[in-house]
Design a binder for this molecule. Structure first.
Ligand SMILES: Nc1ncnc2c1ncn2[C@@H]1O[C@H](COP(=O)(O)OP(=O)(O)O)[C@@H](O)[C@H]1O
Ligand SMILES: [Mg+2]
Length: 385
């Protein structure tokens, strides 16, 4: 760990035979109402960021490019200072603390290894700069991290002799030897090819289990987020949309944005008008009219005369003879054991998934779905049902 005297994360104790025993434990990280703007306040990069990260959690910040993920991570690391709000690590308020005094390690997408130094030298660099550990302890940490990452054979090579994946392992190793209280990773695998990315995702997850301290991982890739995150923080336009487990955000999205951003193919949306016909509440658009159940009607009473969006996942859109409406199959995209079927009703396009080979292109089909499988969102994109 860094040798900052106020580090509450790690205790150097004297072991039974007087040797130094390092016990590094994670700490909780709390963000309260963090707001960060740029360009004299004209760009709001992050606002109302409230997050509670427990000491052993794997948290993923997920959202489209420009939504404020990196800014949030840089505020946690100390590379940016929030305009307002507080950040605490353990019980220390670190809102304005320098990065080096936060006991956190950063891994970036661009792998900035020193080309003239060996892997060993690169991994030891932070220890040399920021700690006064003795040579044996530095050697032990470097070798232990190298072994965990499977790069022990490469310690005496220069970075140029390593593959991209091996280089990214070195940069993770460089973070590990600092024994930080949390790891911050900003799109660390985006530059790697698909197979290697899969492999690194599995490895970083295993690493998390082994090390047991918090990891905060930024990605714009929902598949990556779903694969590795225990907790996913979905962001859009500088704000947190939802925090939940991968299953929660897939099955119970709080907002239309989350429903559409998570899952591939994306959730189909049918904008519809809420009307009252006789004593029933009906959802109506140019394709279909659907009467809602009694409990849904209670929730929609306040929306009569207004627009809502029906969200339905592709897997719940059924193709059958007596559909709710007709559509043409315009394209079939093989996707492993399923086919993604593109549909065009004349006024809208939508997608569904079927078992491989179930339907063929260039035919008209009936399309239907059950309202019980759908979500309803109001004009602000917030979930009603
Ligand atoms: N140093 C900066 N100066 C001005 N604008 C910035 C700066 N850093 C980020 N931004 C802006 O803040 C918003 C959020 O950026 P960022 O946090 O990098 O998003 P993400 O990592 O999700 O892609 C974007 O609109 C971006 O252009
Ligand atoms: Mg970014």
């Amino acid at each position: 760990m860094a040798q900052s005297s106020d580090s509450a994360t790690s205790d150097v104790e004297n072991g039974p035979s007087g040797e130094s025993v390092v016990t590094a434990t994670g700490e909780k990280i709390v963000l309260e109402d963090v707001r960060k703007t740029f360009a004299n306040g004209s760009i709001v990069a992050a606002e109302e960021i409230n997050l509670n990260i427990s000491p052993d959690e794997f948290v993923v910040l997920l959202g489209p490019s420009g939504c404020g993920k990196t800014t949030t991570l840089r505020c946690i690391s100390g590379l940016e200072t929030p305009d307002s709000g507080t950040i605490t690590i353990g019980d220390r308020d670190v809102t304005t603390t320098k990065p080096k005094d936060r006991d956190l390690a950063f891994v970036f997408q661009s792998i900035a290894l020193f080309p003239h130094m060996t892997v060993r030298g690169n991994m030891r660099f932070g220890l040399d700069m920021n700690t006064d550990l003795d040579a044996d302890e530095k050697k032990r940490r470097v070798e232990e991290a190298a072994q965990t990452l499977g790069i022990e054979e490469m310690l005496d090579r220069k970075p140029a002799a390593l593959s991209g994946g091996q280089q990214q392992r070195v940069s993770i190793g460089r973070a590990m030897v600092m024994e930080p209280s949390a790891f911050l990773l900003d799109e660390p695998f985006s530059a790697l090819d698909a197979n290697l990315r899969d492999q690194m995702q599995t490895e970083v997850k295993k690493l998390h289990r082994q090390i047991g301290c918090a990891m905060i991982f930024v990605t714009h890739d929902q598949d990556e987020a779903m694969t590795i995150g225990d907790k996913i923080v979905v962001m859009d336009d500088g704000r947190i949309q939802q925090v939940g487990s991968p299953h929660e955000i897939y099955n119970e999205p709080d907002t239309q944005f989350v429903a559409q951003f998570i899952g591939s193919p994306s959730t189909n949306i049918f904008e519809s008008t809420v009307t009252k016909q006789d004593d029933e509440i009906v959802l109506e658009n140019e394709l279909f009219t659907k009467t809602v159940s009694a409990d849904v009607a209670d929730k929609l009473e306040a929306y009569v005369g207004r627009e809502v969006a029906i969200g339905i996942r592709p897997e719940y859109l059924q193709l059958d003879e007596t559909g709710l409406f007709d559509a043409d199959i315009t394209l079939i995209e093989p996707q492993g054991s399923n086919d993604v079927v593109h549909l065009d009703s004349g006024t809208r396009t939508m997608r569904t998934t079927v078992t491989q080979g179930d339907v063929t292109a260039d035919q008209s089909v009936g399309v239907s779905f059950d309202l019980e499988d759908a979500w309803l969102f109001n004009e602000d994109g917030d979930r009603i049902v």
